[in-house]
Design a protein around this ligand. Structure first.
Ligand SMILES: [Zn+2]
Length: 437
């Protein structure tokens, strides 16, 4: 159904940000027209009587956010096993409980994350988790745009010894069944350098090559990851993966915290998309990534929340805000990471990183209609003054009023259209109880 947003204040990606007044006509899944000609809008509505007309009084219109790295079913582990080291938290607390999640659990817990993301203005996300077909089902239910992963590799354990096995054929057939490059884009998952037998990583690259797709990986998240790899292979993970050919594919690399100058050069040379997960890195004390230097070198840097269990929410406003203030202090320079840059990272850079370069992330004609309307009538947004700063430093996730994804309204006046919020909350609480969290 076509949608018209009347008298919209549209955010534009320019230094400091800018609001431009015009009417937005959304037809099919695209932004069809942006015009200040009222007669044109009137005749469009007359010709398309089923058009839904939205008022944008006290609201601004932004491109939707892209949460470029998360593990959506982990909503159930929110606030479980806090205040531990990453390895203790992950291996001793989370992984044993994760084994208990059923397909049905993954469906509901992922759907809960998607509801939380929609409510806070996120239109698209990149996910990495097992129970793949449940995630597909949840994405189709919510109406979100998603970059999910198929897994060409997995591990079998025998008497405490790990052996990486190939699931290439299964990954290829799942890809062919579900990838549509629109609502569901599929990459291959290469969880990390430390989770597989190194010689098997070639299988992952071959599958990504055969499917002409990208690879989603955790890269240089901790000192331990880099040190272990150096000890075992005499190379840093990024060097080893480059040698294997991983970076011949489009790569979405989460974290990139422990990076020397040569590592950053590789990010740039091999066009690796870096997803910063600043809340997760700070909470788990993994360190602070050298984001301003990466941006200076021309690396495409985007933002993600990581799984809800290490954050403990999926709020992209928080990621922008924390990233800005942390890196200003890291560089001892308040001029780095200006607000409009954070908004670009959370929107159009994010779309580029998940396979939608120049197709979404800007409220402009011809773009995919992934956009949000945010209420600016609150005290904390009064007065707006510089709009980019208002969005990054003052705005709250709860200000998001209406969310449109692929031309379809999925939240209207803070009410979900596609998701039964109370049912989702009930299901997640039930799973948490059963897992004994
Ligand atoms: Zn992660």
């Amino acid at each position: 159904m076509p949608v018209v947003i009347m008298d919209a204040s549209i955010y534009k990606h320019v230094p400091g940000g800018e609001l431009v007044n015009a009417n937005i006509i959304i037809k099919d899944n695209k932004i069809h027209r942006i015009t200040d000609n009222q007669n044109e809008v009137k005749s469009f509505i007359e010709e398309n009587p089923e058009t839904e007309v939205l008022s944008s009084k006290d609201k601004i219109v932004l491109p939707g956010f892209v949460n470029a790295h998360t593990h959506s079913p982990m909503s159930v582990f929110r606030n479980y096993a806090s205040d531990r080291s990453l390895h203790d938290w992950l291996f001793n607390m989370i992984i044993p409980k994760e084994q208990l999640l059923t397909e049905e659990d993954a469906y509901w817990t992922s759907l809960a994350s998607q509801a939380e993301m929609i409510r806070s203005g996120t239109c698209a996300f990149a996910d990495m988790y097992f129970h793949f077909e449940s995630l597909v089902r949840a994405v189709r239910h919510s109406g979100m745009r998603a970059n999910l992963t198929v897994m060409p590799l997995s591990n079998k354990w025998n008497e405490g010894k790990r052996k990486t096995v190939s699931n290439a054929q299964e990954a290829i057939s799942l890809f062919k069944k579900y990838n549509d490059n629109e609502m569901i884009t599929l990459y291959t998952e290469l969880h990390s350098v430390y989770l597989y037998d190194i010689d098997m990583i070639h299988v992952n690259v071959e599958v990504a090559k055969e499917l002409n797709t990208g690879i989603h990986i955790h890269l240089h998240e901790t000192e331990k990851e880099v040190d272990d790899c150096l000890r075992e292979h005499n190379k840093r993970p990024i060097e080893l993966l480059r040698e294997i050919g991983v970076f011949t594919r489009p790569v979405l690399a989460a974290h990139c915290v422990v990076m020397n100058d040569d590592d950053i050069d590789i990010l740039k040379e091999d066009k690796i998309n870096v997803c910063e997960n600043i809340s997760s890195n700070l909470k788990l004390v993994s360190g602070i990534p050298r984001i301003p230097e990466m941006i200076d070198k021309g690396v495409n840097v985007v933002l993600g929340t990581d799984g809800c269990a290490s954050n403990n929410n999926l709020n992209m406003f928080e990621e922008m805000h924390i990233s800005a203030i942390v890196h200003k202090n890291q560089m001892k320079d308040p001029t780095v990471m200006p607000a409009h840059k954070l908004i670009e990272m959370a929107t159009k850079n994010g779309y580029e990183a998940i396979g939608f370069k120049d197709r979404a992330g800007d409220v402009a004609e011809g773009m995919l209609a992934d956009l949000i309307m945010v209420d600016i009538s609150s005290l904390h947004c009064t007065p707006i003054n510089e709009v980019a700063a208002c969005i990054v430093y003052s705005m709250q996730a709860s200000d998001v009023d209406t969310v449109i994804i692929n031309g379809r309204i999925v939240m209207r006046n803070k009410e979900f259209v596609t998701i039964d919020e109370e049912l989702v909350k009930h299901k997640v609480r039930t799973v948490a109880k059963r897992l004994g969290l």
